[in-house]
Design a protein around this ligand. Structure first.
Ligand SMILES: Nc1ncnc2c1ncn2[C@@H]1O[C@H](COP(=O)(O)OP(=O)(O)OP(=O)(O)O)[C@@H](O)[C@H]1O
Ligand SMILES: Nc1nc2c(c(=O)[nH]1)N=C(CO)CN2
Length: 163
């Protein structure tokens, strides 16, 4: 079994509905061990755009990281995601943050996610569900958070009840 952390984000349409679809999809691939709350977060990078909702899921699965990536891209597509400019607004973004403590650097897949340590909107929900987590080659989530503490992130609600 592999421990996988997935980041969800969106700021167009109905992101919460998309988060529920992602939850349903990944629950068919294994066991969702924990879900963070839902966070409202200031957009980082890209053009001026609305606040995001962000959350993190912890999935225990036997699936490979390539299979998870494929399923993540399909789910983004099902949520009506249109790819336009980099870091631009979107209905749903799914990032694979960690796959056990693997370090993977392929053309289409980099794990740990290359920007995770720079993003409070990822680190804060990650800390909520796995407070002692250490990111391979980067360090403990708690220490990484100290460097991004000025980014605006507010926990606005629990994960909607799906289980
Ligand atoms: N860890 C990863 N998780 C998800 N996608 C990844 C990862 N590493 C590389 N990718 C590649 O990134 C592509 C998706 O890029 P996307 O347009 O979603 O980036 P972005 O959301 O704009 O930026 P960011 O990755 O910083 O959130 C995918 O097609 C996938 O091949
Ligand atoms: N707050 C926030 N900002 C972002 C996000 C996101 O999910 N949340 N995703 C981005 C592109 O991946 C760019 N900027």
């Amino acid at each position: 079994m592999h421990n996988v952390f997935l980041a969800l984000g969106g700021n167009q349409g109905d992101p919460l509905q998309c988060f529920m679809l992602a939850h349903e999809t990944f629950s068919q691939m294994g066991t969702i061990k924990r879900c963070s709350g839902i966070y409202q977060t200031a957009p980082q990078g890209g053009p001026p755009q609305p606040d995001y909702l962000n959350a993190v899921l912890w999935l225990e699965t036997s699936w490979s990281c390539e299979e998870i990536l494929m399923r993540a891209l399909q789910t983004e597509h099902r949520c009506g995601r249109v790819r336009s400019e980099r870091f631009g607004p979107r209905t749903l973004d799914i990032d694979i943050l960690l796959y056990d403590d693997a370090i993977i650097e392929r053309e289409n897949l980099i794990i740990p996610h290359p920007r995770l340590h720079l993003r409070r909107f990822v680190l804060e929900p990650l800390q909520e569900i796995a407070p002692n987590l250490v990111i391979p080659a980067k360090g403990p989530v708690q220490s990484l958070l100290q460097h991004v503490i000025t980014q605006r992130v507010i926990r606005v609600q629990d994960w909607p009840s799906t289980h």
